[in-house]
Design a protein around this ligand. Structure first.
Ligand SMILES: [Zn+2]
Length: 315
Protein backbone atom coordinates (compact mmCIF):
# COMPACT_ATOMS: atom_id res chain seq x y z
CA UNK A 1 0.00 0.00 0.00
CA UNK A 2 2.71 2.46 1.08
CA UNK A 3 4.92 1.23 -1.69
CA UNK A 4 2.09 1.74 -4.15
CA UNK A 5 1.59 5.24 -2.77
CA UNK A 6 5.30 6.05 -3.14
CA UNK A 7 5.31 4.74 -6.66
CA UNK A 8 2.18 6.75 -7.33
CA UNK A 9 3.69 9.93 -5.87
CA UNK A 10 6.88 9.34 -7.86
CA UNK A 11 4.86 8.91 -11.01
CA UNK A 12 2.95 12.14 -10.40
CA UNK A 13 6.23 13.94 -9.63
CA UNK A 14 7.77 12.62 -12.83
CA UNK A 15 4.77 13.79 -14.77
CA UNK A 16 4.99 17.23 -13.17
CA UNK A 17 8.72 17.51 -13.92
CA UNK A 18 8.12 16.47 -17.48
CA UNK A 19 5.32 18.99 -17.91
CA UNK A 20 7.38 21.74 -16.29
CA UNK A 21 10.36 21.14 -18.57
CA UNK A 22 8.05 21.16 -21.54
CA UNK A 23 6.61 24.46 -20.38
CA UNK A 24 10.10 25.87 -19.81
CA UNK A 25 11.20 24.76 -23.23
CA UNK A 26 8.13 26.34 -24.76
CA UNK A 27 8.83 29.57 -22.89
CA UNK A 28 12.49 29.66 -23.89
CA UNK A 29 11.94 28.80 -27.54
CA UNK A 30 12.13 31.65 -30.07
CA UNK A 31 8.84 31.23 -31.91
CA UNK A 32 6.37 33.74 -30.52
CA UNK A 33 3.70 32.62 -32.91
CA UNK A 34 2.96 29.69 -35.11
CA UNK A 35 4.23 29.72 -38.69
CA UNK A 36 0.63 30.04 -39.84
CA UNK A 37 -0.14 33.12 -37.75
CA UNK A 38 3.27 34.61 -38.62
CA UNK A 39 2.52 34.18 -42.30
CA UNK A 40 -0.89 35.76 -41.94
CA UNK A 41 0.66 38.69 -40.06
CA UNK A 42 3.12 39.20 -42.88
CA UNK A 43 0.40 38.86 -45.47
CA UNK A 44 -1.84 41.37 -43.72
CA UNK A 45 1.08 43.78 -43.40
CA UNK A 46 1.59 43.49 -47.13
CA UNK A 47 -2.05 44.15 -47.81
CA UNK A 48 -1.78 47.24 -45.62
CA UNK A 49 1.33 48.38 -47.43
CA UNK A 50 -0.30 47.98 -50.82
CA UNK A 51 -3.22 50.12 -49.84
CA UNK A 52 -0.85 52.92 -48.93
CA UNK A 53 1.10 52.70 -52.14
CA UNK A 54 -0.17 54.54 -55.15
CA UNK A 55 1.88 52.70 -57.75
CA UNK A 56 2.05 49.01 -58.46
CA UNK A 57 5.78 48.82 -57.96
CA UNK A 58 5.80 45.94 -55.49
CA UNK A 59 7.96 43.17 -56.87
CA UNK A 60 7.01 40.36 -54.53
CA UNK A 61 3.74 38.58 -54.11
CA UNK A 62 2.25 38.12 -50.65
CA UNK A 63 2.31 34.36 -51.07
CA UNK A 64 6.00 34.34 -51.97
CA UNK A 65 6.89 36.47 -48.98
CA UNK A 66 4.63 34.60 -46.62
CA UNK A 67 6.40 31.49 -47.88
CA UNK A 68 9.62 32.77 -46.33
CA UNK A 69 8.08 32.50 -42.91
CA UNK A 70 6.23 29.32 -43.72
CA UNK A 71 9.12 27.28 -44.97
CA UNK A 72 11.78 28.64 -42.67
CA UNK A 73 10.83 27.93 -39.10
CA UNK A 74 12.23 30.45 -36.68
CA UNK A 75 15.27 28.80 -35.20
CA UNK A 76 17.52 31.66 -34.24
CA UNK A 77 17.74 33.20 -30.80
CA UNK A 78 16.12 36.60 -30.52
CA UNK A 79 18.63 39.41 -30.89
CA UNK A 80 18.55 41.80 -27.95
CA UNK A 81 17.57 45.30 -28.93
CA UNK A 82 20.76 47.34 -29.29
CA UNK A 83 19.31 50.44 -27.71
CA UNK A 84 17.35 49.10 -24.76
CA UNK A 85 20.23 49.04 -22.27
CA UNK A 86 21.48 52.54 -23.05
CA UNK A 87 22.83 54.06 -19.84
CA UNK A 88 23.05 57.75 -19.05
CA UNK A 89 21.29 59.03 -22.17
CA UNK A 90 17.71 59.10 -21.00
CA UNK A 91 14.72 60.62 -22.72
CA UNK A 92 14.82 63.59 -20.36
CA UNK A 93 18.24 64.58 -21.61
CA UNK A 94 17.24 64.31 -25.26
CA UNK A 95 14.01 66.21 -24.69
CA UNK A 96 15.92 69.26 -23.55
CA UNK A 97 18.53 69.05 -26.31
CA UNK A 98 18.08 71.63 -29.04
CA UNK A 99 18.45 70.99 -32.73
CA UNK A 100 21.24 73.53 -33.12
CA UNK A 101 23.99 72.52 -35.50
CA UNK A 102 26.84 70.81 -33.74
CA UNK A 103 24.73 69.73 -30.79
CA UNK A 104 25.53 66.25 -29.60
CA UNK A 105 22.33 64.18 -29.50
CA UNK A 106 22.75 60.88 -27.75
CA UNK A 107 26.41 60.31 -26.98
CA UNK A 108 27.79 57.84 -29.47
CA UNK A 109 24.82 57.91 -31.84
CA UNK A 110 25.98 56.62 -35.20
CA UNK A 111 24.04 56.67 -38.46
CA UNK A 112 25.24 54.36 -41.22
CA UNK A 113 24.44 55.54 -44.75
CA UNK A 114 24.36 53.04 -47.59
CA UNK A 115 24.36 54.47 -51.09
CA UNK A 116 22.53 51.63 -52.81
CA UNK A 117 24.23 49.55 -55.51
CA UNK A 118 27.76 50.23 -56.82
CA UNK A 119 29.61 50.83 -60.09
CA UNK A 120 29.33 47.20 -61.17
CA UNK A 121 26.71 44.67 -60.12
CA UNK A 122 27.74 41.55 -58.23
CA UNK A 123 25.31 38.84 -59.31
CA UNK A 124 26.76 36.16 -57.05
CA UNK A 125 24.01 34.86 -54.77
CA UNK A 126 23.72 35.25 -51.02
CA UNK A 127 20.99 34.23 -48.55
CA UNK A 128 18.27 36.87 -48.05
CA UNK A 129 18.85 36.55 -44.30
CA UNK A 130 21.10 34.62 -41.91
CA UNK A 131 20.59 30.88 -42.45
CA UNK A 132 18.04 31.34 -45.23
CA UNK A 133 17.82 28.98 -48.20
CA UNK A 134 16.36 31.78 -50.34
CA UNK A 135 19.04 33.51 -52.37
CA UNK A 136 19.37 36.88 -54.07
CA UNK A 137 22.22 38.61 -55.90
CA UNK A 138 24.79 40.26 -53.61
CA UNK A 139 24.32 43.62 -55.37
CA UNK A 140 21.99 44.14 -58.31
CA UNK A 141 22.73 46.73 -60.99
CA UNK A 142 19.88 49.10 -60.12
CA UNK A 143 17.94 51.27 -62.53
CA UNK A 144 19.12 54.18 -64.67
CA UNK A 145 17.80 57.52 -65.89
CA UNK A 146 15.46 57.17 -68.84
CA UNK A 147 16.69 60.45 -70.35
CA UNK A 148 19.96 61.19 -68.51
CA UNK A 149 21.17 57.56 -68.60
CA UNK A 150 22.82 58.26 -65.25
CA UNK A 151 23.10 55.03 -63.25
CA UNK A 152 21.06 54.84 -60.04
CA UNK A 153 24.20 53.95 -58.11
CA UNK A 154 25.68 57.37 -58.90
CA UNK A 155 22.60 59.38 -57.87
CA UNK A 156 22.45 57.33 -54.67
CA UNK A 157 26.10 58.13 -53.95
CA UNK A 158 25.75 61.84 -54.68
CA UNK A 159 22.79 62.19 -52.32
CA UNK A 160 24.51 59.99 -49.71
CA UNK A 161 27.49 62.36 -49.63
CA UNK A 162 25.13 65.33 -49.15
CA UNK A 163 23.27 63.49 -46.39
CA UNK A 164 26.58 62.76 -44.67
CA UNK A 165 27.39 66.49 -44.56
CA UNK A 166 23.88 67.45 -43.46
CA UNK A 167 23.88 64.96 -40.58
CA UNK A 168 27.37 65.95 -39.49
CA UNK A 169 26.19 69.57 -39.37
CA UNK A 170 23.61 68.37 -36.81
CA UNK A 171 26.39 66.75 -34.76
CA UNK A 172 25.56 63.20 -35.82
CA UNK A 173 28.40 60.73 -36.32
CA UNK A 174 28.15 59.13 -39.76
CA UNK A 175 29.68 56.01 -41.24
CA UNK A 176 29.48 55.63 -45.01
CA UNK A 177 29.19 52.14 -46.50
CA UNK A 178 30.81 53.51 -49.64
CA UNK A 179 32.13 56.83 -50.92
CA UNK A 180 33.06 55.71 -54.44
CA UNK A 181 31.56 53.65 -57.24
CA UNK A 182 34.54 51.28 -57.23
CA UNK A 183 33.55 48.93 -54.43
CA UNK A 184 32.11 45.44 -54.20
CA UNK A 185 30.11 45.13 -51.00
CA UNK A 186 27.24 42.61 -50.81
CA UNK A 187 24.02 43.81 -49.20
CA UNK A 188 24.53 41.43 -46.27
CA UNK A 189 27.93 43.00 -45.60
CA UNK A 190 26.44 46.50 -45.79
CA UNK A 191 24.06 45.55 -43.00
CA UNK A 192 27.06 44.03 -41.21
CA UNK A 193 28.78 47.42 -41.22
CA UNK A 194 25.73 48.94 -39.51
CA UNK A 195 25.62 46.06 -37.03
CA UNK A 196 29.31 46.41 -36.14
CA UNK A 197 28.81 50.14 -35.60
CA UNK A 198 25.75 49.48 -33.36
CA UNK A 199 24.12 52.12 -35.53
CA UNK A 200 21.13 54.03 -34.22
CA UNK A 201 19.87 53.88 -37.81
CA UNK A 202 20.96 52.16 -41.02
CA UNK A 203 19.58 54.26 -43.88
CA UNK A 204 19.68 52.89 -47.42
CA UNK A 205 19.41 55.25 -50.38
CA UNK A 206 17.91 54.10 -53.67
CA UNK A 207 16.00 55.35 -56.70
CA UNK A 208 13.24 53.41 -58.37
CA UNK A 209 12.52 52.22 -61.87
CA UNK A 210 8.99 51.14 -62.75
CA UNK A 211 7.06 50.14 -65.85
CA UNK A 212 4.84 53.19 -66.07
CA UNK A 213 6.73 56.27 -67.34
CA UNK A 214 4.23 58.53 -65.57
CA UNK A 215 4.94 57.02 -62.13
CA UNK A 216 7.00 59.32 -59.91
CA UNK A 217 7.45 60.37 -56.30
CA UNK A 218 9.01 59.34 -53.02
CA UNK A 219 8.55 55.83 -51.59
CA UNK A 220 9.53 54.58 -48.12
CA UNK A 221 10.42 50.95 -47.39
CA UNK A 222 10.73 49.44 -43.92
CA UNK A 223 11.21 45.89 -42.59
CA UNK A 224 8.20 43.69 -41.84
CA UNK A 225 8.06 41.15 -39.04
CA UNK A 226 9.89 37.94 -39.86
CA UNK A 227 12.30 35.48 -38.22
CA UNK A 228 15.13 38.04 -38.23
CA UNK A 229 13.63 41.49 -37.84
CA UNK A 230 11.55 41.30 -34.64
CA UNK A 231 13.84 43.50 -32.52
CA UNK A 232 14.17 46.26 -35.14
CA UNK A 233 10.66 46.60 -36.56
CA UNK A 234 9.24 49.14 -34.10
CA UNK A 235 12.07 51.68 -34.26
CA UNK A 236 12.40 51.22 -38.03
CA UNK A 237 8.72 52.10 -38.37
CA UNK A 238 9.18 55.27 -36.32
CA UNK A 239 12.23 56.31 -38.37
CA UNK A 240 10.36 55.58 -41.61
CA UNK A 241 7.44 57.79 -40.62
CA UNK A 242 9.62 60.73 -39.57
CA UNK A 243 11.99 60.60 -42.56
CA UNK A 244 9.12 60.14 -45.01
CA UNK A 245 7.25 63.18 -43.70
CA UNK A 246 10.40 65.32 -43.58
CA UNK A 247 11.48 64.51 -47.15
CA UNK A 248 7.99 65.13 -48.53
CA UNK A 249 8.19 68.49 -46.75
CA UNK A 250 11.50 69.64 -48.24
CA UNK A 251 10.98 68.25 -51.75
CA UNK A 252 7.24 68.54 -52.35
CA UNK A 253 7.55 65.13 -54.03
CA UNK A 254 4.49 62.98 -54.66
CA UNK A 255 3.89 60.61 -51.74
CA UNK A 256 4.08 57.01 -52.99
CA UNK A 257 3.44 55.68 -49.50
CA UNK A 258 5.26 53.04 -47.50
CA UNK A 259 6.00 49.41 -48.27
CA UNK A 260 6.67 46.80 -45.61
CA UNK A 261 9.20 44.32 -47.00
CA UNK A 262 10.43 40.92 -45.90
CA UNK A 263 12.45 40.05 -49.00
CA UNK A 264 15.31 42.55 -48.74
CA UNK A 265 18.70 41.16 -47.68
CA UNK A 266 19.79 44.54 -46.37
CA UNK A 267 16.85 44.53 -43.93
CA UNK A 268 17.03 40.88 -42.93
CA UNK A 269 20.76 40.96 -42.14
CA UNK A 270 20.37 44.15 -40.12
CA UNK A 271 20.32 43.96 -36.34
CA UNK A 272 19.80 47.71 -36.02
CA UNK A 273 16.78 49.82 -37.07
CA UNK A 274 16.80 50.31 -40.82
CA UNK A 275 14.84 52.02 -43.60
CA UNK A 276 15.21 52.25 -47.37
CA UNK A 277 14.21 55.33 -49.33
CA UNK A 278 13.29 55.24 -53.01
CA UNK A 279 14.14 58.91 -53.54
CA UNK A 280 12.50 59.20 -56.92
CA UNK A 281 11.62 57.30 -60.08
CA UNK A 282 14.31 57.37 -62.76
CA UNK A 283 11.98 55.95 -65.42
CA UNK A 284 10.00 59.20 -65.23
CA UNK A 285 11.66 61.77 -67.54
CA UNK A 286 11.17 64.88 -65.42
CA UNK A 287 12.02 63.18 -62.12
CA UNK A 288 15.07 61.60 -63.72
CA UNK A 289 16.36 65.07 -64.65
CA UNK A 290 15.58 66.47 -61.19
CA UNK A 291 17.35 63.62 -59.42
CA UNK A 292 20.61 64.55 -61.14
CA UNK A 293 20.51 68.20 -60.07
CA UNK A 294 22.51 69.24 -57.03
CA UNK A 295 19.65 71.42 -55.76
CA UNK A 296 17.05 68.62 -55.71
CA UNK A 297 19.58 66.19 -54.24
CA UNK A 298 20.19 68.73 -51.47
CA UNK A 299 16.45 69.03 -50.76
CA UNK A 300 16.23 65.26 -50.38
CA UNK A 301 19.34 65.14 -48.18
CA UNK A 302 18.11 67.99 -45.97
CA UNK A 303 14.73 66.32 -45.55
CA UNK A 304 16.30 62.99 -44.64
CA UNK A 305 18.66 64.69 -42.18
CA UNK A 306 15.74 66.49 -40.50
CA UNK A 307 13.80 63.25 -40.16
CA UNK A 308 16.81 61.31 -38.88
CA UNK A 309 17.59 63.97 -36.26
CA UNK A 310 13.96 63.92 -35.05
CA UNK A 311 14.20 60.15 -34.80
CA UNK A 312 17.46 60.30 -32.85
CA UNK A 313 15.92 62.78 -30.41
CA UNK A 314 12.83 60.68 -29.91
CA UNK A 315 14.54 57.38 -29.14
ZN1 LIG B 1 18.11 50.48 -56.07
Amino acid sequence: MILTLIVGVAAVAALLIGATSLLLRAAAGPPQSSPASRASTVASELVTSRTTTSTGAATSTPSAIAGVSDSEQASEPAVPHPHVPVVGTGAAASATTTLAAGTSLHAGDVVVIDAGHQGRADMRLEPIGPGSTQMKPCVESGTQGVVTHVPESLVNLEVALKLEKALEAHGVKVIMVRTTQKVDIPNSKRAGIANSAHAALFIRLHCDGVNSPSAHGFLMLRPGVNRWTGPIVALSKIAAGLVDKAVLGTTGALDRGTQVRNDLSGFNWSKVPTILVEMGVMTNPSEDRKLSTASYQQEIADGMANGVVQYLHGR
